[in-house]
Design a protein around this ligand. Structure first.
Ligand code: FES
Length: 202
């Protein structure tokens, strides 16, 4: 897959300008790369490394700490089924097995049409609504097998258009005027913070 597009390079420079050190912008830049291709490709990691002045290995070392960054092509819809304790007690494992049969893939796999990736995940913090899952991190609660099949049919038909493709970022970006930005000076150049000097005078 590709390096960042020209539009995304422009966006990357804008994001980098918000930070005291270029490499501090790495996490938001990884999100930009993932939105572009649906995952963070090797070429994109090399490009990010050039943009922020670190090595591709350092980019991978940072990105691989975070479960939500993916390094292989993913389905348009990431289906995360919880099989942790509350969900397990309420049919989460049966739901996962049903999903495997319905989609014809195992956890970690992607359907041949590129629509669905299935994941078996730990608690997603909706234990009172067990068994539950997420599609591209949007919750679906208390699902039985029929509910699951309906969900998949709706996603296939486009009836759930409120769920964006995997990797899509928020549509609202901050645009803070230069004179109102805080924290873009490296700490060693910033002198003693005002809050610290006023406290030490007490
Ligand atoms: S155990 Fe499934 S959401 Fe907590």
């Amino acid at each position: 897959m590709s390096r960042l597009s020209l539009a995304n390079v422009e966006l990357a420079h804008e994001i980098i300008s918000h930070y005291p050190r270029k490499k501090s912008a790495l996490i938001p830049l990884l999100h930009v790369a993932q939105e572009q291709d649906g995952y963070v490709s090797e070429a994109a990691m090399e490009h990010l490394a050039e943009l922020v002045g670190i090595t591709p290995a350092e980019v991978l070392g940072t990105a691989s700490f975070y479960e939500m960054f993916k390094f292989e092509p993913q389905g348009k819809y990431m289906v995360n089924i919880c099989t942790n304790i509350s969900c397990q007690l309420n049919g989460g494992e049966e739901l996962l097995h049903h999903a495997e049969e319905t989609l014809g893939i195992r956890p970690g796999g992607t359907t041949a049409d590129g629509l669905f990736t299935l994941e078996d995940v730990e608690c997603i913090a909706a234990c009172t609504e067990a068994p539950c899952l997420q599609v591209n991190y949007r919750y679906e609660y208390r699902l039985g097998n029929d509910d699951f099949d309906r969900l998949i049919a709706d996603l296939r038909s486009g009836a759930r258009s409120e769920i964006p493709a995997h990797g899509t970022l928020g549509r609202v970006r901050q645009h803070i005027p230069d004179d109102r930005r805080a924290g873009i000076e490296p700490p060693e150049d910033a002198g003693t913070p005002s809050w610290f000097s006023s406290r030490s005078a007490d």
